[in-house]
Design a protein around this ligand. Structure first.
Ligand SMILES: NC(=O)c1ccc[n+]([C@@H]2O[C@H](COP(=O)([O-])OP(=O)(O)OC[C@H]3O[C@@H](n4cnc5c(N)ncnc54)[C@H](O)[C@@H]3O)[C@@H](O)[C@H]2O)c1
Length: 351
């Protein structure tokens, strides 16, 4: 059965949803779009969509099974609730809301109406992330104890409304939410501590760079960093486990694994490095024969599985992958990130 959908907000991401659903998800027919800017409605019409004359017209369109919300972040809550109350199933862009309390309100309405509500955490389908997920799940290099997950750019400016506080701008909401969602999905246990520093290097209103440290209940630590003013990038992922290290350099998934291949204790006798100001044994290079270099695992990942999952849930044949309660954990974590930065201390939590 084909489901009929509409898009609210036909900007960059709204257009992307349309194009990609049309090309890759035959089970969904995108019928129309609503946008507060007339020129975007014209664009939607040019692309073959029905341009709704108002939000009310869209909400009252009984043909619609599904609505995708792709407007600036501060409008997500009111639109999601309106759609759910009009009996629509909803896919909402990230960050789903500006805080956990707002999302709790949406979830209550979804439960009351019995409609599907899912957040578009599309970066769960990123290959670089799937590689790390595979390494951890296959226990390739033992137990993780420290992971760095970064996205670094150098364009300084943030696009459009992203530099305004009222719209829920800033990099914690824009990119942090993806990286937090990935990590909470893949790491077991709860987050017990959060420490964050936000930077406003060029932005007047919102964070344009940030670093956040998370501590998980099993002792694993995670550094999440987003930069918009970094001119020499560090790896996208640096994964430290008990028996080796994995690096994924970039979105093209260059990188490698170096794994310990012996249980033997190292001898220390001749291993000494003299730096100009002194000797060290601890930091002397490990003998090469005690490690092996492995390629990163090959993974298959297809973003269209996101909407195929939505279709499966609507058909009653699949379990939702991006669950509202998972998104609620992410929003609670983001609440702690802002609280930590505001108060200049680490926040003890149970997320
Ligand atoms: N998941 C991803 O990979 C990804 C990537 C980019 C953006 N996004 C998210 O998508 C959403 C939109 O971002 P964008 O980059 O497309 O922004 P955009 O500015 O390109 O487009 C937003 C559109 O929404 C319209 N709009 C604004 N307020 C509206 C309202 N109240 N009702 C109807 N239309 C309204 C604007 O006129 C504009 O056309 C944001 O939540 C953003 O975080 C997600």
């Amino acid at each position: 059965m084909a489901y009929c959908s509409a898009i609210i907000g036909y900007g960059g991401m709204g257009g992307w949803h349309h194009e990609n659903i049309a090309a890759r998800v035959p089970e969904i027919r995108v019928k129309g779009a609503w946008d507060i800017r007339p020129e975007m409605l014209e664009k939607a019409e040019e692309k073959g969509l029905y341009p709704y004359k108002s939000l009310e017209e869209l909400l009252n369109d009984r043909e619609l099974d599904l609505v995708t919300i792709a407007v600036p972040n501060n409008f997500h809550k009111e639109l999601a609730i309106a759609c759910l109350e009009h009996g629509k199933n909803v896919v909402c862009e990230k960050p789903v809301t500006l805080n956990a309390a707002e999302l709790t309100e949406i979830i209550a309405v979804a439960e009351k109406t019995g409609r599907l509500f899912a957040v578009h955490q599309n970066r769960r389908w990123d290959k670089d992330f799937r590689i790390v997920k595979t390494i951890l799940e296959q226990n390739t290099i033992g137990k993780p104890y420290y992971i760095e997950s970064r996205v670094q750019g150098s364009r300084r400016a943030m696009h459009g409304w992203r530099s305004y506080k009222v719209n829920g701008g800033g990099m914690v909401y824009d990119w942090g939410v993806h990286l937090f969602d990935q990590l909470l999905w893949v790491l077991p246990g709860r987050v017990t501590q959060v420490y964050a520093q936000l930077f406003q290097v060029f932005s007047d209103e919102v964070d344009d760079n940030f670093k956040a440290m998370l501590r998980m209940e099993d002792g694993t630590s995670v550094l999440v960093e987003i930069a918009t003013n970094c001119f020499i990038n560090q790896p996208r992922w640096h994964v430290c486990c008990t028996d080796g290290t994995a690096v994924v350099e970039d979105w093209q998934c260059n990188g490698k694994i170096v794994r310990l291949n012996t249980d033997e204790e190292m001898g220390w006798d001749d291993e000494i490095v003299y730096t100009e100001a002194g000797p060290t044994r601890t930091m002397a290079p490990r003998p090469v024969q005690t490690t092996e270099v492995l390629p990163l695992p090959q993974v298959e990942s297809d973003w269209s599985d996101y909407y195929k999952n939505i279709v499966g849930v609507l058909n009653g044949t699949a379990e939702l992958i991006v669950k509202p309660e998972q998104s609620l954990r992410v929003m609670r974590l983001i609440d702690c990130v802002f609280e930590s930065a505001r108060e200049g201390r680490s926040i003890v939590c149970n997320i």
